[in-house]
Design a binder for this molecule. Structure first.
Ligand SMILES: N[C@H](CCC[C@H](N)C(=O)O)C(=O)O
Length: 282
């Protein structure tokens, strides 16, 4: 499937006890036809009242705590299968709600953002995470600096720029910032241009996945970081390379993410080795 161009493999692991191994993820990602950004593995529910337990695996085999685009794909797949539109899921980061609207767009409640330095987490204490001391480029003329950081279950840094987000070498800066010693669990790195209080342009270097068409949790982090630095309101459209998402930071502190999801093709893969076969086209 894809969520706004982000390549998502929804792996149906219901009724079995094994898990998708990092080796399988790396092997699947190594083949051009099955290159992906995240695998969303649907496991049997652990908690009564939830539809499934979802495990999220990055293309480098690492585990992610949250994935907004992937969750929309999961909602669409299960709603097509079960004919109902509202789901409660469990992930390592907690419970998550998703709903498909009449027009097929899907809204996922991504939970509440966290801003304390130890929740991101950072290795150093920062009293105010709206601007942290971190820069890249020449000391006296940094190319990117003073990001706002937030956790949407996973760690995010949002760097603000005044001009075209496409003009920055995120493929070069991304890996350096992702692995900066300030981030003990690494970090998802975004560049944001606020063009209006309700419209942000965003590009993201994803932890464990690299440059992607769309990162839903990064869109959520950019909106909350925009609102708490008074750059934006609490609801905005975010234009990502793959298209537009709408993010709203509700009064109850929850963040919702709305956008499309699309089925591409179906097949089988071995969660231990990654060996796969294709069975059905869209
Ligand atoms: N693409 C995802 C986020 C993946 C996050 C992952 N790269 C990490 O935190 O390790 C999204 O749409 O929200």
């Amino acid at each position: 499937m894809n969520g706004l161009g982000n390549q998502i493999i929804v792996a149906d692991m219901r009724g079995r006890a094994d898990r998708v191994t990092p080796e399988a993820a790396i092997a699947v990602n190594a083949m051009p036809e099955t290159r992906f950004d995240q695998i969303m593995a649907i496991h049997d529910p652990k908690t009564p009242g939830t539809a499934a337990y979802i495990e999220i695996i990055n293309s480098d085999g690492s585990r992610a705590q949250a994935c907004g685009n992937g969750m929309r794909c999961v909602v669409q797949m299960l709603s097509a299968e079960q004919g109902r539109q509202r789901f409660t899921f469990e992930t390592v980061a907690g419970l998550l709600f998703g709903e498909e609207a009449e027009d097929g767009t899907i809204t996922v409640d991504m939970g509440t953002p966290k801003f304390a330095w130890y929740d991101i987490p950072l290795t150093e204490e920062f009293a105010d995470t709206r601007y942290i001391e971190l820069q890249i480029g020449p000391i006296d003329a940094p190319v990117l600096h003073s990001p706002a950081v937030a956790s949407m279950g996973n760690p995010h840094a949002t760097f603000w720029v005044a001009d075209d987000v496409g003009s920055y070498a995120l493929d070069r800066f991304g890996p350096l910032l992702e692995n900066h010693p300030l981030f003990p669990e690494r970090c998802n790195i975004s560049i944001a241009q606020v063009i209006r209080p309700d419209h942000i342009i965003l590009r993201t270097w994803e932890r464990g996945a690299g440059l992607t068409q769309a990162c839903g949790t990064a869109a959520c982090a950019a909106l909350v970081n925009g609102a708490r630095t008074r750059r934006t309101g609490r609801k905005a459209t975010l234009t990502l390379p793959g298209g537009d998402l709408v993010v709203e930071w509700l009064d109850n502190d929850h963040v919702t993410l709305t956008g499309p999801a699309e089925f591409e093709w179906r097949g089988f893969f071995d969660p231990a080795t990654g060996a796969w076969t294709r069975s059905e086209a869209a």
